[in-house]
Write a protein of this length. Structure first.
Ligand SMILES: [Zn+2]
Length: 326
């Protein structure tokens, strides 16, 4: 009985702590002389040149901080921001949107740093010591090979061999003469090659710039989520760029979890971590759990429907293009 009461009190204290904005340490009233420009002042930074008041002589610690700074990790906000992303992600985002910028590591900078760490971990810096995801053939790589086979070899393997079973066999005419799919179905073949080329280009871009690709995805997702979260109890007038920045932080939260899971080779959990993104959305909006989940599910359903519609339109457009321009 007593234990339960304590737990409840602790939970309540944790919740109150989570929701309160970060407190910035009070400013010291000590007078400093700037070691760079010799101005006298009170405060943490020189008002004339901006050098920090606590500029110490070089020690191993200072040297290490200097080194870390060269890689964009010098700010102490980095670890606090990671901790906050785990313990109070939505409230961190609220702090940030309401103007507490200096207390937190900037979202984009953090995004690219975490992406680099994640890459290291999936490519071998983990407890197994080798790359986690084997570089299995991608969709268009498979298609590319089929396509090349169809074009280059004039003996056995043609494009038709690799086509869906529905059209296979049709190309063998009554005399049993083996004619090529491209000759019998010039239009379908052209549409196929246009779609294949487009997919191939998209995939090459994704492989070359995975971070940019995810940012573009986040732009799309925030566009749809915006319809459902622009008026919420905590932010009645959310702007689209604000939601986009929030999603970058949410992506950072996901990357932190995935780095930890990947490091211990628990790759199954990495995809489950996607569900955790509901937590910051709930905390920052102030909607109830069920409302947040409902809104998110509807938003993602709309997105999938739009993507399918877009693909259908693209196939139709390719069809029209081939019909009227050959
Ligand atoms: Zn100064």
């Amino acid at each position: 009985m007593k234990k339960k009461f304590n737990l409840k009190a602790k939970t309540q204290r944790f919740r109150a702590w989570r929701e309160r904005p970060r407190e910035v340490a009070p400013m010291s009233q000590e007078e400093h002389e700037c070691l760079n420009c010799h101005d006298h002042y009170t405060g943490n930074y020189c008002p004339r040149c901006g050098q920090a008041a606590n500029t110490d002589r070089f020690s191993m610690k200072v040297a290490a901080e200097n080194f870390a700074e060269a890689y964009g990790m010098g700010e102490r906000g980095m670890f606090r921001t990671i901790l906050d992303l785990i313990l109070r992600p939505g409230y961190l985002i609220l702090d940030y949107l309401r103007g507490m910028r200096a207390s937190y590591f900037a979202p984009f900078k953090m995004y690219f740093l975490l992406a680099a760490v994640s890459l290291l971990v999936t490519h071998g810096l983990n407890i197994t010591g080798h790359a986690l995801h084997d570089d299995s053939k991608s969709v268009t790589e498979g298609m590319r090979q089929e396509h090349d086979n169809g074009r280059t070899s004039n003996t056995t393997s043609t494009l038709e061999d690799n086509f869906p079973t529905k059209v296979q066999g049709v190309t063998v005419d009554e005399e049993g003469v083996h004619s090529s799919f491209e000759e019998d179905y010039p239009m379908e073949s052209r549409i196929y090659s246009i779609i294949y080329n487009t997919l191939d280009k998209i995939e090459r871009f994704e492989q070359k710039y995975p971070s940019i690709n995810i940012l573009l995805m986040l732009m799309l997702i925030s566009g749809i989520l915006y319809l459902f979260f622009r008026h919420s109890p905590n932010i009645p007038d959310l702007r689209y760029p604000e939601l986009f920045i929030s999603l970058v932080y949410i992506a950072n939260m996901y990357t932190v979890y995935s780095i930890v899971f990947d490091f211990f080779s628990l790759t199954k959990f990495t995809s489950y971590a996607l569900f955790l993104t509901i937590i910051p959305l709930k905390q920052m909006s102030g909607f109830s759990w069920w409302r947040t989940i409902l809104k998110t599910v509807v938003a993602f359903t709309i997105m999938i429907v739009l993507l399918v519609a877009f693909i259908v339109l693209a196939v139709l457009a390719a069809g029209f293009f081939v019909k009227y321009h050959g």
